[in-house]
Ligand binder design. Structure first.
Ligand SMILES: Cc1cc2nc3c(=O)[nH]c(=O)nc-3n(C[C@H](O)[C@H](O)[C@H](O)COP(=O)(O)OP(=O)(O)OC[C@H]3O[C@@H](n4cnc5c(N)ncnc54)[C@H](O)[C@@H]3O)c2cc1C
Ligand code: SF4
Ligand code: SF4
Length: 321
């Protein structure tokens, strides 16, 4: 069946028409291959604008439609629905953005008109190749993964969790909080960062819909939108979450002191540590760089410390559904 295209350029009141000579664009498009109808109209998204498309589809046997107006994000569905109502498959529609991408961002009228013609011609060329598509419904896995437990990730996890979905919140540090928890006061209101951040940290840990995976990183993602398989590598803390009370007695006797990452090296922490007092989870972590010095230097290679067995360094991998 020969391609028969209907083209419509919108004035958007004066939003487009004050910079783009819309009638000139419509005249230009009328001369392009397979274009049967080419019009300009004040408000294409209005009822009369949509009815114009529907009437043209029926009376001119149009099998493709192009609208040059705002952005597809705003009105693509509006015009696809108009096509559908007139019996045309909605995927035989194409939109060109001559407002956001042209009239709002181009100072010169000649330049804006030329740009609108180019975008319109591109859309006309493209729509020639469109094929009818059918939408279908597929099952999606409703769980959500949020990567990064800073203030943004925590709030996202809380919003989604409170909406009733299961959220996996993956944070590579030993605690959630992110940069904000490193500050004392925040510009411009001089709010106390910890006063805003710590209640969210606690809420995240206590929300029954949030599975908090700290000291963890995404190591593999496969699948597709709605059905991802994600592998998360959980770095070993060597201390059990839920068992450690966070009393800190261990850190008092630990002889190894290292620069504190959380304090940007301005203070020191022990090899068994918690990033900062309000860290969530409260669980301490042993920062094992390698085996204990006594074991690495032993000429007989004897593992004098049971806890420093290097096999314990093997990461545990949690496969998420
Ligand atoms: C020095 C400084 C001063 C600032 N002062 C102010 C201020 O006064 N007022 C203000 O409003 N804003 C300020 N900001 C900005 C503010 O801190 C940030 O906009 C805000 O903290 C960003 O939050 P976020 O959650 O997006 O990111 P972040 O706080 O950076 O959190 C990201 C989290 O994701 C984790 N992460 C990163 N990659 C991975 C990964 N691959 N896997 C798992 N986890 C990962 C990180 O460990 C971190 O916990 C300042 C920023 C800085 C650096
Ligand atoms: S279709 Fe878009 S550009 Fe045209 S009047 Fe409506 S909002 Fe404005
Ligand atoms: S690991 Fe340290 S902080 Fe945790 S319970 Fe034992 S002594 Fe207390």
């Amino acid at each position: 069946m020969p391609v028969r295209i209907g083209f419509y350029i919108c004035h958007c009141g004066i939003n487009i028409a004050h910079k783009v000579r819309v009638q000139e664009v419509a005249d230009f498009v009328r001369g392009l291959k397979n274009v049967v109808v080419s019009r300009d109209y004040k408000f294409m998204c209005s009822d009369p604008g949509q009815e114009m498309i529907e009437t043209d589809i029926r009376t001119h046997d149009l099998n493709r439609v192009v609208v040059a107006s705002c952005s597809p994000r705003l009105h693509e569905k509006t015009f696809q629905d108009a096509c559908r109502r007139a019996g045309l498959n909605p995927y035989l529609f194409q939109m060109a953005s001559v407002r956001e991408q042209v009239s709002w961002v181009t100072a010169d009228e000649d330049e804006a008109t030329a740009k609108a013609k180019t975008l319109a011609a591109g859309a006309i060329n493209r729509v020639n190749f469109h094929q009818m598509l059918e939408t279908r419904t597929v099952d999606v896995h409703p769980d959500v993964m949020v990567v990064g437990g800073g203030i943004a990730g925590m709030q996202a996890a809380l919003d989604i969790g409170n909406a009733g979905l299961t959220v996996y919140l993956v944070e590579r540090q030993t605690t959630v909080g992110g940069h904000m928890l490193q500050f004392d006061k925040t510009f411009p209101t001089l709010d106390c960062a910890a006063c805003i951040g710590t209640p969210k940290m606690v809420e995240v840990a206590q929300n029954p819909n949030i599975r908090l995976l700290t000291y963890s990183e995404v190591s593999e993602v496969s699948g597709y939108v709605g059905n991802y398989n994600v592998t998360v590598t959980r770095h070993p803390r060597y201390i059990k979450e839920g068992v450690c009370t966070g009393c800190g007695e261990c850190a008092k006797v630990c002889p190894v002191a290292l620069p504190s990452e959380w304090d940007e090296g301005l203070s020191r922490r022990k090899a068994i540590f918690r990033a900062f007092p309000q860290a969530v989870p409260i669980t301490y972590t042993i920062d094992k760089k390698d085996r204990a010095p006594c074991t690495t230097t032993c000429p007989a290679g004897i593992n004098v410390q049971a806890t420093s067995n290097s096999s314990a360094r093997v990461n545990t991998v949690k496969r998420l559904p």
